[in-house]
Design a protein around this ligand. Structure first.
Ligand SMILES: [Zn+2]
Length: 105
């Protein structure tokens, strides 16, 4: 599961435990069932594309996962997909991997 999904759930739980606190204006509460449906919908429509800027922000995390032997492609599928389709970012990623491999930590 992606980090931002956890964040949605965390936020949701926070609202439920702070019943006494006044609700911030303009922030409708998302019921868990609704959030789940949204996540399923988002996961189904994998056409969501990251921009190069977004990929650059996640590139370090992605490279470190790969170096740790984690399945970075499954954990960050959007980054993986972008690297497959964007030669610029692929080049950036390869360069980053070389740097990280050359100097551990
Ligand atoms: Zn790109």
């Amino acid at each position: 599961m992606k980090n931002w999904i956890h964040r949605i759930f965390k936020k949701n739980r926070l609202h439920q435990t702070q019943n006494n606190a006044p609700m911030p204006m303009g922030m409708p509460e998302i019921p868990p069932s609704r959030a789940e449906a949204m996540i399923k919908m988002i996961e189904k429509t994998q056409e969501v594309e990251l921009s190069c800027d977004e990929v650059h922000r996640l590139l370090g995390e992605f490279a470190e996962m790969a170096l740790r032997g984690e399945d970075a492609a499954s954990l960050l599928p959007l980054v993986h997909h972008h690297l497959d389709t964007c030669p610029d970012c692929r080049e950036e990623y390869d360069a980053l991997m070389q740097i990280l491999q050359a100097s551990p930590d």
